[in-house]
Design a protein around this ligand. Structure first.
Ligand SMILES: [Zn+2]
Ligand SMILES: [Zn+2]
Length: 372
């Protein structure tokens, strides 16, 4: 060997070490503070704990909650956080403690992280997990990126069957379990019930689809957008009311004996909660799903004597495995909620379209990372 060759051989490993130490980069949708989001390069996430997994995103979406974050309504989200809490991906790497999923598995990412061991997890109240809950795209970096780190991967990822419709399964990260658990199950929907759903957005439609597991006799859908009401009729609503042009309370009280058995609130405004408390019949249920930013006026002086139950809450995602079976068997087709598709790198455009839901006739968007 001549000396020049030796020096080349010496240089090469050194260069490799330098390259290994430099963080690998990826693109992510980063919240920069009130009103500002950017699609920028950030370091690719790494395993931090043995219970973590790194997932390469295949498909993700935007939630109404993300729009709330951008408007500064969720103060827990700090500038610099990657948004997003929904998606389907492929596991790139798992920590040594993760035994039930492995590299290469396709998984649904739950919007709720659960350690599976704390007092709340033991009660299936995963939303209040002492080392989890809703943290993705909130307290830690989320899914609107090429890669995401998922803590407590064993309890927060769900392996998906082969040949499953991955787009449809993105709806299982958040909106389907939310509409089902907090709307339909909390509302105790039963066969033969009359139910009303206030708000025909993605969550209201998720409640509409899953309420039909129980064959209610009548489903009223109330919204201010005629296009969404038309979609609701296609998805199984028997009656629709545009509350911008009609008095929803008057109409429902005229058409029922004394109100509905179950009223699901899927908007989160004092006016929409008010509709619910005025159309629920004695012995009925008001299931609040909407995210409220202000207090509401509770008509307790009228309601106390009527044996009404009012429930509210954050999704636990404990029904995700059951919903996954319903989707896989074709009993439930959440792909019908998807109205728009974008490439992941077009996410700023997707936010603009999703933010103008009424004008753009959007329900759910899918961001596709396949071709990046
Ligand atoms: Zn969400
Ligand atoms: Zn827990």
């Amino acid at each position: 060997m001549t000396s020049p060759t030796s020096s080349t051989e010496l240089q090469h490993p050194l260069q490799t070490i330098v390259e290994l130490n430099a963080p690998q980069m990826m693109h992510a949708l980063v919240y920069k503070g009130s009103g500002v989001i950017e699609w920028i390069e950030v370091p690719k996430p790494l395993l931090e704990k043995p219970t973590d997994a790194i997932v390469r995103i295949i498909k993700t979406t935007i939630c109404g909650t993300d729009l709330g974050i951008i408007k500064g309504k969720v103060p827990s989200v700090k500038a610099g956080t990657t948004l997003g809490h929904e998606g389907v991906g492929i596991i790139e790497e798992v920590g040594v403690a993760v035994k039930n999923v492995k590299k290469g598995d396709r998984v649904i990412i739950s919007c709720i992280t659960a350690d599976g061991t704390c007092e709340y997890c033991k009660k299936q109240l995963y939303s209040h997990c002492e080392d989890g809950g809703w943290i993705l795209g909130n307290l830690i970096n989320g899914t609107q990126a090429q890669y995401v780190r998922i803590p407590h991967a064993a309890n927060s990822l769900y392996a998906i069957p082969e040949n499953a419709d991955e787009e449809a399964l993105v709806m299982l990260s958040d909106i389907l379990p939310t509409g089902f658990e907090i709307g339909v199950l909390n509302g105790c929907v039963k066969p033969g019930d009359s139910i009303a759903i206030v708000g025909a957005g993605p969550i209201g439609i998720a409640a509409l689809l899953t309420a039909q597991f129980y064959s209610p006799a009548r489903i009223y859908m109330i919204d201010v957008d005629d296009n969404r009401l038309a979609m609701a009729r296609k998805f199984g609503a028997t009656n629709t009311i545009n509350s911008a042009t009609e008095d929803a309370v008057k109409k429902i009280m005229e058409q029922t004996k004394d109100g509905v058995d179950v009223c699901i609130e899927a908007v989160g405004l004092p006016a929409t909660f008010d509709i619910c408390q005025n159309i629920v019949r004695p012995g009925g249920h008001v299931a609040n799903v909407g995210v409220h930013g202000h207090s509401v006026q509770l008509e307790i002086q009228k309601l106390w004597i009527q044996n009404i139950t009012i429930t509210m809450g954050l999704v636990n995602t404990n029904t995700t495995p059951m919903l996954l079976k319903s989707v896989a068997s074709g009993k439930l087709d959440p792909a019908r909620l998807i109205t728009h598709h974008f490439e992941l790198h077009e996410i700023l455009k997707a936010y603009e379209v999703f933010g103008n839901a009424s004008k753009e006739k959007v329900l759910k968007v899918i961001l596709n990372a396949d071709t990046l």
